[in-house]
Design a protein around this ligand. Structure first.
Ligand code: GTP
Ligand code: MG
Length: 197
C-alpha cells in the first residue's frame, strides 16, 4: 500500500466519547517509549507528524490518523510508565480498555515490544488480554537497528517464547531508522483495506 495522504483527524482524551468511524482501524499499543508514534511517522513517511519523545509518556490521548481517506491508524497512550501518577495510569488504562473493547471498526492490533529486551510483565498481560478479546495481535519488535543480526534472531525467539505466542503469530522486527519491516507492515495495511468493512 502506498500512503498518499495522512492526516491527524481526531484526538480523544479521557472524557471524550469514541467516534463512530466508517473506515477500518488498526491500533498501535505497547509500552511507553517503545516507538508507536515513530512507527506512525515511518508509515506516513513524515519525520515528526506524530509527536515522539525520548521521555516516556508523550502520547496521552487516542489519536486517529486517517490514511488515504480509507483507513485509520490509531495511536494509543503507552502503558507501564512508572513516573506518572497512579491515578493517571489507571485513567489511561481504562481509556485503552474502553477503546479496545468498544471500537466497532477495530480490525487489527499491532502490539509493539522493544526488540532489545525480553517482554515486560505488562507486555505479557497485554498480549494475553488481546488474545482473550480474540484479536490476533501482530507483534512488532521495534528498534531493530540497535542490534546485530545474531542478537536479533535470539531476541525474537525470547519474545515469542515469553509472550507464549504460537507459530501463527506474526512477529516482525522493525526499525524507524533503517525501515526494516516497513514493506511487511504496509502489506498488512493493504490487506485490511482490501478486506473492507
Ligand atoms: P509514548 O507516546 O510515550 O507512549 O511513546 P511511543 O511508543 O510513541 O514512542 P516514540 O515513538 O515517541 O519513541 C520513543 C523514543 O524511541 C524516541 O526517542 C524515538 O526516536 C526512539 N525510537 C523509536 N523507534 C525507534 C527505532 O526504530 N530505532 C531507534 N534507534 N530509535 C527509535
Ligand atoms: Mg507516542
Amino acid at each position: 500500500m502506498k500512503i498518499k495522504t495522512a492526516e491527524l483527524e481526531r484526538v480523544c482524551g479521557i472524557t471524550s466519547k469514541l467516534p463512530e468511524n466508517h473506515f477500518p482501524e488498526v491500533a498501535l499499543c505497547g509500552r511507553s517509549n517503545v516507538g508507536k508514534s515513530s512507527l506512525i511517522n515511518t508509515i506516513i513517511n513524515r519525520k515528526r507528524y506524530a509527536r515522539t519523545s525520548s521521555e516516556p509518556g508523550k502520547t496521552q490521548t487516542i489519536n486517529y490518523y486517517l490514511l488515504n481517506s480509507c483507513l485509520y491508524l490509531v495511536d494509543l497512550p503507552g502503558y507501564g510508565y512508572a513516573r506518572i501518577s497512579k491515578e493517571m495510569r489507571e485513567k489511561w488504562g481504562l481509556m485503552i480498555q474502553e477503546y479496545l473493547t468498544g471500537s466497532e471498526m477495530l480490525r487489527y492490533v499491532f502490539m509493539l515490544v522493544d526488540l532489545r529486551h525480553a517482554p515486560s510483565k505488562d507486555d505479557i498481560k497485554m498480549f494475553n488480554w488481546l488474545k482473550y478479546l480474540e484479536f490476533d495481535p501482530v507483534v512488532i519488535a521495534t528498534k531493530s537497528d540497535k542490534l546485530k543480526p545474531v542478537q536479533k534472531e535470539n531476541n525474537l525467539k525470547i519474545i515469542r517464547h515469553d509472550l507464549g505466542a504460537d507459530e501463527d503469530t506474526i512477529i516482525l522486527p522493525f526499525s524507524a531508522v533503517s525501515h526494516e519491516g516497513l514493506p511487511e507492515i504496509l502489506d498488512l495495511l493493504s490487506q485490511v483495506v482490501e478486506q473492507g468493512i
